[in-house]
Design a protein around this ligand. Structure first.
Ligand SMILES: NC(=O)c1ccc[n+]([C@@H]2O[C@H](COP(=O)([O-])OP(=O)(O)OC[C@H]3O[C@@H](n4cnc5c(N)ncnc54)[C@H](OP(=O)(O)O)[C@@H]3O)[C@@H](O)[C@H]2O)c1
Length: 264
């Protein structure tokens, strides 16, 4: 059974990293609110988590591109009396592109889905938080980002912009919400071997006419730890950031990239 009446909200819960985060938190006895668009996948995940460890897992579908759906999501949390002591915010991915000046409509869609929408969801979730730092009750928000938050990458032109916007917003929120006991930290990932990422790696291997293992070795040869991250490794760090590790940390941006980023 869950050991805590408070819940952690995980957005992008049914994705490659989200599933690993949910499994890890469920193993630790955390109650979870799972969010993404596809309700069927969320409900299936709730069932899987029950088999990992019986507990309180709730699926609430929401589309980050839809302001009305986001407002309804927040109202539902409050109406049903959900109390959040953690949020793992995973803004939907920006697809790789080297087009640094895409059409205005592309920018509008990306900003809505990957910045304005997720930020709106976080805002809508704040009334469901009841931090009380004097009693040691803190709320930990972990925003999943990418290493384009600290360095521009040629093939991630729109990600370069949006991740920096998130970094600035996270730091600003950290200042605004710190005294209330709400912590905002960012975890910037390098390439992580989700099923989708493995499939794209397989395609690149086939295009290059080499084996999967060879392609993986080639792509990771410029990473000090000579490997890509695994979703389970991300989940360990997220769990720690939701816990006592971050009791005196807010506004921080941690890199989870095997040492790939050269900047200090
Ligand atoms: N994998 C990597 O190599 C990598 C690297 C750097 C950063 N990241 C970041 O890590 C996070 C998770 O990545 P991932 O690889 O696990 O992604 P993923 O497998 O593509 O999963 C995406 C998740 O977000 C949900 N989602 C997509 N569009 C949505 C929308 N409009 N509204 C609400 N939910 C939506 C999906 O479910 P539905 O389709 O049902 O909505 C799914 O649960 C993302 O923030 C990503 O940018 C990943």
């Amino acid at each position: 059974m869950s050991t805590d009446s408070r819940s952690v909200l995980v957005t992008g819960a049914s994705g490659g990293i989200g599933r690993a985060v949910c499994a890890r938190l469920a193993q630790s006895g955390r109650a979870l609110v799972l969010a993404a668009r596809d309700q069927g996948r969320l409900l299936a995940l709730c069932d899987e988590l029950q088999s990992v460890r019986p507990g309180r897992y709730e699926a609430i579908p929401v589309d980050m591109g839809d302001d009305l759906a986001i407002a309804a999501f927040g109202e539902r949390l409050v109406d049903q009396g959900t109390v959040l002591d953690g949020v793992v915010m995973m803004p939907p991915q920006m697809p790789p592109t080297n087009d640094c000046m895409p059409p205005n409509d592309t920018w509008r869609t990306l900003f809505q889905r990957s910045f304005i929408g997720p930020l709106g969801l976080l805002k809508a979730a704040i009334p469901a938080m009841q931090p009380d730092p004097a009693q040691g009750q803190r709320v930990k928000v972990v925003i999943i980002s990418a290493i384009t938050s600290v360095q521009a990458l040629g093939n991630y032109a729109t990600s370069n912009v949006l991740r920096c916007a998130w970094l600035a917003e996270a730091k600003t929120l950290a200042f605004a919400l710190g005294a209330r006991g709400i912590h905002i930290n960012t975890l910037s990932l390098g390439a992580t071997l989700t099923p989708d990422y493995m499939a794209s790696l397989q395609r690149r291997a086939e295009q290059a006419g080499v084996s999967f293992a060879q392609r993986l070795a080639d792509e990771t040869s410029n990473i000090p730890l000579a490997k890509y991250g695994r979703p389970e490794e991300v989940a360990v760090v997220v769990e720690q950031l939701l816990g006592a590790l971050s009791d005196h940390m807010t506004g921080a941006n941690l890199l989870h990239d095997g040492g790939f980023t050269r900047a200090y």
